[in-house]
Design a protein around this ligand. Structure first.
Ligand code: ADP
Length: 263
């Protein structure tokens, strides 16, 4: 039997609401056994960018990371946000250790080739150093990863945090029973984003495709669920998407292969 591992990704809106962040980290730190956290931080990066006189460039919801923007996201994700989360977890008695993908070579990536749009210094994950992560986990530490990776040749890269969480779950599933949680500001994947009672309890690929086609599932939820289903397919023991309270009560959206059960 593999030991369970909880991989928890927190979204931008959670990171920015102080009370919500506090409550979410309290919930996370109480999860039993081995755990790991991944965080994003997009909105604060845009804020600092503007303060520095660099207008953020976004194309279809994705940040274009030119050289000066890369400096800003490294400062915000690997610096301020990562250390803030680590400090808060330490205050909760959770022995967190903050990492970018370059630290301990934990997440290696390759710069995305330029197609129609040049996204700049954006990295697609190529390898996860499971040995280094397992060593930290087995030493009783809780790795806290930001969304900065590296190419092994000295270039830092910006990588989507949802993707990092999925890649970590996939890589660590060989050794652990990997339970992946995408925690964001809504209770779950909903049929009406304005109705908290409309959470979809079980979501399978067929249902996902149909809601996506109808426009019920849209925007940032699409890459999130693409990553989430990829992790489920590649060995994650469980994948849930939802808010802190819903996750605690088992009322978030659970991803499954099929919602049709044989008679
Ligand atoms: P994160 O904060 O984790 O980075 P994103 O902002 O990328 O998350 O994606 C979450 C957003 O997806 C929600 O804030 C919500 O506005 C949007 N969304 C679109 N469709 C849905 C849906 N059906 N259910 C819940 N959220 C949805």
């Amino acid at each position: 039997m593999k030991d369970p591992l909880h991989l928890f990704k927190i979204g931008g809106a959670v990171l920015e609401a102080p009370d919500e962040l506090e409550e979410t980290l309290a919930f996370f730190s109480n999860l039993p056994g081995r755990k790991l956290l991944v965080h994003g931080g997009g909105r604060r990066a845009s804020h600092l960018s503007r303060q520095l006189g660099i207008e953020p460039k976004i194309h279809e919801g994705r940040r274009i990371t030119d050289a000066e923007t890369l400096d800003v996201v490294v400062m915000v994700y690997a610096g301020l946000e990562n250390k803030r989360v680590v400090g808060m977890l330490q205050a909760l008695g959770c022995n967190a250790i903050g990492l970018s993908g370059a630290d301990g070579n934990v997440v290696l990536a390759k710069k995305r080739p330029v197609k129609d749009i040049d996204y700049g210094f954006v990295g697609d994950v190529t390898a996860v150093n499971t040995r280094a992560l397992a060593a930290l986990l087995e030493a009783g530490m809780t790795p806290v990863l930001c969304a900065i990776t590296h190419d092994g040749k000295g270039q830092l890269l910006n990588t989507n945090a949802d993707t990092i969480a999925a890649e970590l779950a996939i890589a660590l599933a060989g050794q652990y029973q990997a339970n992946l949680y995408y925690c964001f500001e809504k209770p779950g994947v909903m049929t009406d984003v304005n109705d908290a009672d409309s959470v979809i309890p079980l979501l399978d690929p067929e249902l996902y495709a149909s809601y996506r086609e109808q426009g019920v599932i849209a925007e940032g939820m699409i890459p999130k669920l693409d990553n989430a289903f990829r992790a489920l397919k590649a060995g994650a023991a469980s994948v849930q998407v939802g808010g802190r309270k819903a996750l605690a009560l088992g009322k978030a959206t659970q991803l499954v292969w099929t919602t049709e059960f044989p008679e």
